[in-house]
Design a protein around this ligand. Structure first.
Ligand code: F6R
Length: 363
């Protein structure tokens, strides 16, 4: 049931602190990830993993894109990420020691399942499914699986399934690193433990985000910008807005602006940006100046320590400081809430957007 919430989507957004806790439960010790969470064969398999191929669709694909930044930076393992519908018709080259990973909320997405079946004919060292539905086809047919424990997701637009996938992917990153004998990333383990409470703090911003959403209700287009691991978060923000409010939205890595999309920016174009306090911040700030100079309206979700100040053409929403590695997770929440409130203002069917199905079991 929806309880006191007006829509399943809102309820599911607010469940995130709890389901993120559930996704971590029993999978960390005080200072370390428990590799065996991925099953008895995980230690040996991760130890021999020399690269990773990640395959998924839609929102799950965006989680895979974040994982590429994580696995390369924190586990030193090269990663390719691709949408299942493209991968399954390519002739992929599989280097020695490649692990095949699928991401899926439902575990029944036709393209992802077909990609797994195809991958089994290639020379991967093994397959891992990160999935929300125990006993689903994807889980049954993979060598190993890790459940995301988000609970049933009713709203068609994926929210808590995405953030719990990200938790699972950070556990994967830490596990691959540990299995390969690399130094423990204790600071990330500690930060994971603190994540549910931080998410709770972000959800308190709901009414401020609702106010912000009024600026979007009459708009026909929106541009989302991010850099590094926040580029996929911008992609996910744009997908959410498209899906449930039917506003055309695009996402770009902020550094690509001047290579084309800047031509779209005028006073009618809202530009949404995530600005965590990371080493790309200064570059992002100068990208944002480029937008302001063209009269664009800026909406910035920023770390409390960043010091981007509110002005006539810049609205700033401040988020609590979070470990840099986990910022993509935290910054997803305000973007979910933003698209939710815009859709409510527009009067669309939030939980059942037109033309979409929760589980895409046909090609
Ligand atoms: C977007 C959304 C879809 C799914 C995609 C894959 O909000 O829900 O893009 O993410 O259809 O579905 P799963 O994860 O079940 O394979």
């Amino acid at each position: 049931s929806k309880g006191n919430y007006r829509h399943y989507m809102l309820k599911e957004i607010f469940e995130q602190p709890d389901v993120i806790s559930a996704a971590l439960e029993g999978r960390l010790s005080d200072s370390s990830v428990l590799v065996e969470s991925f099953g008895p064969d995980a230690q040996a398999l991760f130890q021999s993993t020399r690269q990773v191929h990640i395959i998924a669709c839609g929102t799950s694909y965006h989680a895979g894109l974040v994982a590429r930044y994580w696995l390369e930076r924190y586990a030193g393992v090269p990663v390719q990420v691709e949408v299942a519908s493209e991968y399954r018709y390519r002739h992929p080259v599989v280097p020695e020691g490649t692990l095949f990973v699928t991401l899926s909320q439902s575990g029944e997405t036709a393209d992802t399942l077909a990609a797994l079946r195809f991958a089994k004919t290639l020379s991967y060292i093994g397959s891992l499914a990160i999935c929300n539905v125990p006993g689903s086809s994807l889980v049954r047919e993979s060598d190993m699986s890790l459940m995301t424990r988000a609970g049933p997701e009713i709203g068609v637009a994926s929210t808590k399934a995405f953030t719990t996938q990200l938790v699972a992917l950070m556990l994967l990153t830490l596990s691959v690193s540990k299995a390969k004998g690399q130094p423990e990333q204790q600071d990330i383990v500690t930060a994971l433990g603190a994540l549910p409470a931080l998410c709770q703090q972000v959800l308190v911003l709901d009414s401020q985000i609702e106010t912000l959403s009024q600026a979007f209700a009459e708009k026909h287009h929106a541009l989302f910008l991010g850099r590094g691991a926040h580029y996929p978060i911008a992609l996910e923000g744009a997908l959410k807005l498209k899906e449930i409010s039917y506003i055309h939205a695009e996402a770009y890595p902020a550094g690509e602006l001047k290579h084309g999309p800047l031509a779209l920016v005028d006073s009618e174009m809202p530009v949404i940006s995530v600005a965590p306090n990371d080493d790309l911040l200064e570059k992002l700030k100068s990208n944002l100046q480029e937008v302001r100079a063209r009269g664009g309206q800026l909406f910035v979700f920023a770390d409390e320590r960043v010091g981007i100040s509110e002005q006539d053409d810049v609205r700033v929403l401040t988020l609590p400081h979070v470990h840099e590695a986990l910022a993509p997770l935290l910054y997803t929440l305000p973007l979910q809430l933003l698209s939710y409130h815009v859709a409510v203002l527009k009067g669309t069917d939030v939980d059942q957007p037109r033309n979409l199905a929760k589980s895409v079991t046909v090609e």
